[in-house]
Design a protein around this ligand. Structure first.
Ligand SMILES: Cc1cc2nc3c(=O)[nH]c(=O)nc-3n(C[C@H](O)[C@H](O)[C@H](O)COP(=O)(O)OP(=O)(O)OC[C@H]3O[C@@H](n4cnc5c(N)ncnc54)[C@H](O)[C@@H]3O)c2cc1C
Length: 480
């Protein structure tokens, strides 16, 4: 059979997003041989791995090392990584659809849910994505102007500099939410720079954390200890930090019938409650830092005139309809910094169907629904498909489901390879766009390891796009 015969024409798939879900989709596509494929995994950032690089806490080394496995998929024959290409800005979704056979959306959930309370936008009140992006060294929060024009990081327009200043000046923080991201944020806020020195945090982030004064973090849960979304391993980790008092009120650990039912049915909830009971039984040690867990409490107002000075809290109960109701019993807690961590949320990408009520792309088993029917060349996976839930591995089974739908559709003749090899490259080159390939990532990787070594660390994240692009450059490249 000739390589040009229709049966051998590869199916060209563009995956938007090089986070775990996009890379797992590339893995599933190249793990089969029934349909020859060419997969291009595009990302708006110069580097791959999505939230594995810019979400997973820097002190969780083994989870962050998942990127080594993800990288091996990007090295597979038939897979290419194109970094620094923003779909919807550099290339429209329509143009991309015209250049490949199939577009697979894997662009994650780039925003977060809001509290909808007065004062939420006061300086000093942040969403978890901003704060997490800051400590993970995301270029969105560490703009280039900072390095070039303002090495000290004091410019008002620089979000990274503002967060750094907040971290340096705050004594008391309030973290709203009782999931693992809230635990990550609380832990980073109480840990000393020395305790974080073995991470890959950017030097400027570590320097700000070294000047940090935060000694108290209040964590707010609007339901009781039985209803948290923590994983027990992450919860226990807090209890193992030295010189830290963990405060849980005995009143919150007196359970009503609904809490008892949850603990009776859910092993993780039961284990979490056991951990918190053990903390409640510990006498205070007068440690230099503390985390106070407040349950049956919701924020009703962020207080302050021109910056955060505190949070008004309301005691809650579960109403007869099963939803949380306020009791009207108010109190206040002083705070200099508020981080809301009540869930990430998908955003609309121009040209892609989007359900604003869920923050997701509408689909059935990964097949995108457009104009009330299945769109034959669009598929979706990961957080933008199912919402911000599950662990990294959940994205693997999710991607396998989507790819199975796609392969079924190819088998049934609903999706037909149309000889699109090279069309995307021609589109990008025609635009004057130079995507960063996998060797460019390897050069960034080597530069981060070398920088880390020079500071006696294993790796140091390059936080600014300009630094990433400089490191990506091939030694022979013209810097212009
Ligand atoms: C703070 C935090 C900590 C976490 N910690 C853990 C943990 O410890 N363990 C665990 O199992 N899970 C953890 N998770 C969950 C895990 O990170 C997610 O399940 C996973 O990253 C979701 O994968 P995704 O590929 O759908 O999205 P993402 O990882 O967000 O990847 C999406 C990618 O799409 C790119 N993109 C977005 N828009 C565009 C565009 N227009 N054009 C091109 N590219 C685009 C983004 O740059 C990004 O690289 C954590 C999540 C968060 C937020």
């Amino acid at each position: 059979m000739s390589v040009d015969s229709p049966a051998r024409t590869p199916l060209v798939v563009a995956v938007i997003g090089a986070g775990p879900s996009g890379i797992y989709a590339a893995e599933a596509l190249t793990a089969q041989s029934a349909v020859p494929v060419e997969v291009v995994v595009l990302d708006r950032l110069p580097v791959p791995f999505g939230l594995v690089r810019y979400g997973v806490a820097p002190d969780h080394h083994s989870i962050r090392s998942i990127r080594n496995t993800l990288e091996r998929t990007l090295e597979r024959p038939g897979v290419a990584f194109y970094g620094d290409v923003t779909i919807g800005r550099d290339v429209t979704v329509e143009e991309l659809r015209g250049a490949v056979d199939v577009v697979l959306y894997a662009y994650g959930a780039g925003s977060d849910r809001r509290l909808g309370i007065p004062g939420e936008d006061l300086p000093g009140s942040l969403g978890a994505p901003e704060f997490v992006n800051w400590y993970c060294g995301h270029p969105d929060v560490h703009p280039d102007a900072h390095t070039e024009a303002d090495p000290g990081g004091t410019a008002d327009a620089d979000p990274g500099a503002q967060i750094a200043r907040l971290v340096r000046e705050s004594r008391t923080a309030v973290v709203v939410g009782v999931g693992n991201v809230a635990l990550d944020v609380a832990r980073v806020l109480v840990k000393s720079a020395d305790e974080l020195a073995d991470t890959d945090m950017a030097e400027e982030v570590l320097a700000s954390l070294a000047g940090k004064r935060v000694d108290t973090v209040h964590v707010l849960g609007r339901r009781g200890p039985a209803y948290t979304a923590f994983t027990t391993k992450e919860l226990r980790e807090l209890g193992q930090l030295p010189d830290l008092d963990l405060v849980v009120s005995a009143e919150d650990l007196e359970f009503d019938a609904s809490s008892l039912a949850v603990v009776g049915q859910d092993k993780v909830a039961a284990r979490n409650v056991a951990v918190m009971r053990e903390w409640a039984a510990r006498p205070p040690t007068g440690a230099s830092r503390r985390i106070v867990l407040h349950f049956w409490t919701r924020p009703t107002r962020v207080l302050g005139e021109d910056h955060v000075t505190g949070v008004e809290l309301e005691r809650t109960v579960i109403g007869s309809d099963g939803y949380v109701d306020g009791t009207g019993e108010l109190s206040t807690v002083e705070a200099d910094l508020v981080v809301r961590s009540v869930g990430y949320r998908g955003v609309a990408l121009p040209g892609v169907p989007y359900d604003a009520s869920t923050g997701r792309v509408p689909h059935a088993e990964g097949r995108v629904i457009r104009d009330d029917g299945f769109s034959p060349d669009e598929y979706v996976t990961g957080w933008i498909k199912r919402g911000p839930t599950g662990v990294i591995g959940t994205n693997k089974s999710d991607a396998v489901e989507t790819v199975a739908s796609l392969l079924t559709d190819v088998d049934a003749g609903r999706v037909v390879p149309r000889g699109r090899s090279g069309a995307l490259d021609r589109l990008l080159v025609g635009r004057g766009l130079h995507a960063l390939d996998l060797p460019a990532w390897h050069r960034i990787d080597a530069a981060e390891v070398a920088l880390g070594t020079s500071h006696g660390r294993l790796r140091t994240t390059l936080a600014h796009r300009v630094e990433l692009l400089a490191a990506a450059r091939h030694p022979g490249d013209d810097p212009a």
